[in-house]
Design a protein around this ligand. Structure first.
Ligand SMILES: Cc1cc2nc3c(=O)[nH]c(=O)nc-3n(C[C@H](O)[C@H](O)[C@H](O)COP(=O)(O)OP(=O)(O)OC[C@H]3O[C@@H](n4cnc5c(N)ncnc54)[C@H](O)[C@@H]3O)c2cc1C
Length: 402
């Protein structure tokens, strides 16, 4: 019998443990620093767990080595993942944008079927057992916890990243791997709210709307996205913002966010505003966008242009209507940064992938050492891509190079 240790009882570590346990020669020990497995998993998808995306492919992933994810995604694709979970008794449903959720709409269901599988596979679970140190031997490793030391023949590090601190996101994985020669890239919060100049967002707090977003550094476009936008106390949030938050986090200072609040061209919107002026010459300018946008948002746009909101529409010049149209199609906020790791869903950056064989996820430097999940320098887009990486890489690492 050989002992296989997995450090980290999150999505990738559980899949790695289950996969290693399929080989009857292996006794698998799963170490988890928290009191229970999969705490972060329970919080995913607002408690619904967006467990994968039917469009999962390398172009939805980021990191220094763009192609690193390819073999893992090929070995354990979205369809393989769905087959696997269906085999464990989970029912799923696909929603908008290829996002897949449990039919129960509860992340508990995902964790529950994994817990049942771990018990059936005879995986030894060491809960509330943070691994503090890895000591390498000629053949194998010793893991030190606060209570004891444990020898293993093969080791899988699945400690996750430092995003979601309140759910157990820590830097342990980076720190445990460093003495073994595995260096880390810079670390940035991603899938996270943007902090902007607060004046307008604060007044619009709670307003949600569909929008097209462009993130710029000077004239250069760093990222674009489309979808739901939400105004918050400190800036902007929502899926469309998450999609460009990685670029905001890594893009340096002096960024601006340009928001198109209507799916119209300037000419189309200008024509609508002309008609409104004709139809309602006595209406207050503050009501210009009534019926087109959320009322608070419409009034805020008028304020943003500096045009007197109390003036009747009939007195506005054509150039004023152009200014109003331009505001709705290019509402610009100065970006001051992103929220921190505690508020982020994922870590951009991680242990350098150049140190691991993408075909097996085994270390190039330390035979018998594997890594999977978010601890590596891989992060995915919003929509189930990060959990798919956790499943795919966990499955591949759990094969232990076979
Ligand atoms: C609020 C939130 C919502 C999210 N929603 C989604 C979503 O809907 N869809 C999606 O695809 N992704 C989502 N994500 C991202 C996704 O949860 C992660 O990318 C994924 O969980 C990473 O899996 P992992 O196994 O690498 O790490 P984790 O799931 O973080 O697991 C790592 C585990 O290792 C343990 N650990 C760390 N150090 C040690 C140590 N020294 N000893 C023992 N154990 C240790 C940790 O306690 C943790 O349980 C969300 C993230 C957050 C924070």
């Amino acid at each position: 019998m050989r002992t296989v240790a997995v450090i980290g009882g999150g999505a990738s570590g559980i899949l790695a443990a289950l996969t290693a346990a399929e080989d009857a020669e292996n006794h698998v020990v799963l170490f988890e620093r928290q009191q229970r497995l999969g705490r972060k998993l329970l919080a995913t998808g607002n408690g619904r767990c967006n467990l994968t995306n039917t469009a999962a492919a390398p172009e939805h992933y980021h990191g220094a080595e763009a192609d690193f994810v390819r073999p893992a995604l090929a070995v354990f694709s979205t369809q393989d993942t769905l087959d696997y979970f269906h085999g464990l008794g989970l029912l799923t449903q696909e929603e908008y944008g290829g996002r897949v959720y449990p039919l129960s709409n509860s992340a508990n269901s995902v964790l529950d079927v994994l817990r049942f599988a771990l018990a059936r596979a005879g995986v030894e679970q060491r809960l509330a057992a943070p691994v503090r140190e890895i000591r390498r031997h000629k053949k194998g490793f010793t893991l030190r916890t606060d209570e004891d030391e444990r020898f293993c023949h093969a080791l899988i590090v699945a400690c996750g990243g430092c995003a979601g601190g309140k759910l157990g996101g820590v830097k342990d994985g980076y720190e445990l791997l460093a003495p073994l020669g595995h260096k880390c890239t810079g670390l940035y919060p991603a899938l996270v709210q943007l902090i902007t100049a607060p004046e307008y967002p604060r007044a619009l707090k709670g307003v949600r709307c569909p929008a097209r977003l462009t993130l710029r550094s000077g004239e250069a476009v760093l990222a674009e996205s489309e979808g739901e936008l939400q105004f918050t106390d400190t800036g902007v949030s929502g899926p469309a913002v998450f999609d460009l938050s990685r670029a905001a986090s890594t893009g340096g200072a002096g960024l601006t966010l340009h928001i198109a609040l209507l799916p119209l061209t300037e000419a189309e919107l200008f024509a609508l505003l002309l008609r409104r002026r004709e139809q309602y010459p006595t209406l207050e300018t503050g009501e210009t966008f009534t019926g087109m946008l959320h009322n608070r948002l419409g009034r805020m746009l008028v304020r943003y242009t500096g045009i007197d909101a109390a003036a009747p529409l009939g007195v506005l010049k054509e150039r004023d209507l152009h200014r109003l149209a331009a505001a709705a199609l290019d509402f610009c906020l100065a970006v001051r940064g992103t929220e921190d790791f505690d508020h982020a869903q994922v870590t951009a950056g991680g242990v350098k992938t150049t140190g691991f064989n993408p075909e097996t996820l085994e270390s190039w430097f330390v035979p018998g050492l594997f890594a999977c999940g978010e601890v590596l320098d891989v992060d995915g887009d919003c929509g189930g891509f990060n959990l798919q990486w956790a499943w795919s890489s966990g499955r591949l690492a759990g094969r232990l190079g076979r």
